[in-house]
Design a protein around this ligand. Structure first.
Ligand code: MG
Length: 288
């Protein structure tokens, strides 16, 4: 089990360990014969969190495990990173990818037997309407200007959103960074969410990792909720939207990756990426 006691009135422990309860975690999929689909966050889930986000490489061992899982189940990567950047990290072309927190979805064409009759379907590509890449670019430039005097701040271009990383900043300056981001985001009509040593700046549209999960299941894989069993592993606040979607569906398994106790709607947990690796290795040989 992960972590020690929580603070204040928060939870005292994370949900049960997905490794120790592996069969329980998947028992419903086995009992109902529903299709397991695997969704994986990238940073802090497949790769360790590192000081330089550009160096968040995943191990060959992890890549092999993801690949083996993808030979058995439809597998998607859902990340806050720009689509191209996360694809370059994972380097598995046959997977489905949702970059920019699910705003930018891409993947191979479904097999012919799953296409609508007579249709020669191209590969999958989807972006929700209302995305304003110019506005996000403008906000990124303003944030770069306003934070350039604060040591350790880096602003990452995630195409349809951006991340203000403060992992390398002094704890004393975090309040100032947050105030700057909040002011700019409010003035420009965007939204922000605090993640692990990062402020995520996103468009003010109703589309998150949960919507990306539903889109992939229902529209791309053509599975009704009751036919599918999504497994989602993620470590941060934006992953909670996907956990919440799974909870709302009433089927599937959300797995929080965390060494510390934190509020979550996930049903299971593991502690860190090496546990994710162990989980994926078990899943690859699971007798479904
Ligand atoms: Mg993450």
């Amino acid at each position: 089990m992960a972590g020690s006691s929580g603070e204040g009135r928060g939870p005292s422990c994370n949900p049960p360990c997905a490794l120790e309860n592996f069969e329980d975690c998947l028992s419903e999929a086995k009992r109902r014969g529903t299709q397991v689909c695997v969704f994986l966050d990238y940073d802090g889930t497949l790769s360790p969190i590192v000081n330089d986000p550009d160096k968040a490489e995943m191990s060959e061992e992890m890549r092999r495990a993801v690949n083996r899982v993808s030979e058995k189940f439809r597998t998607s990567i859902i990340s806050g990173r720009a689509l191209e950047k996360v694809k370059n990290f994972v380097k598995l072309d046959h997977l489905y990818y949702a970059g920019s927190h699910g705003l930018d979805i891409e993947g191979p064409a479904p097999p012919p037997k799953e296409r609508d009759e007579g249709e020669d379907e191209p590969s999958v590509s989807h972006r929700p309407p209302g995305l304003d890449i110019e506005l996000v670019r403008e906000v990124r430039h303003i944030l770069e200007q306003k934070t350039k005097g604060i040591q350790g701040v880096t602003i990452e271009d995630n195409k349809f959103c951006c991340s203000v990383h403060f992992r390398n900043s002094s704890p004393d300056s975090i309040g100032d960074i947050e105030a700057i981001v909040r002011d700019v985001v409010e003035a420009k009509g965007l939204q922000m969410k605090k993640g692990r040593k990062v402020f995520e700046v996103r468009p003010q549209i109703t589309w998150n990792k949960g919507h990306a999960l539903s889109y992939l299941l229902n529209t791309v894989f053509k599975l009704a909720d009751e036919e599918s069993f999504p497994i989602y592993l993620g470590d941060d606040k934006t992953d909670e939207d996907a956990f919440a979607k799974i909870k709302e569906m009433g089927t599937g398994c959300g797995i929080l990756v965390s060494t510390v106790v934190k509020p979550t709607v996930a049903s299971y947990s593991v502690r860190e990426p090496r546990d994710v690796l162990a989980f994926l290795e078990k899943l690859a040989v699971w007798d479904c």
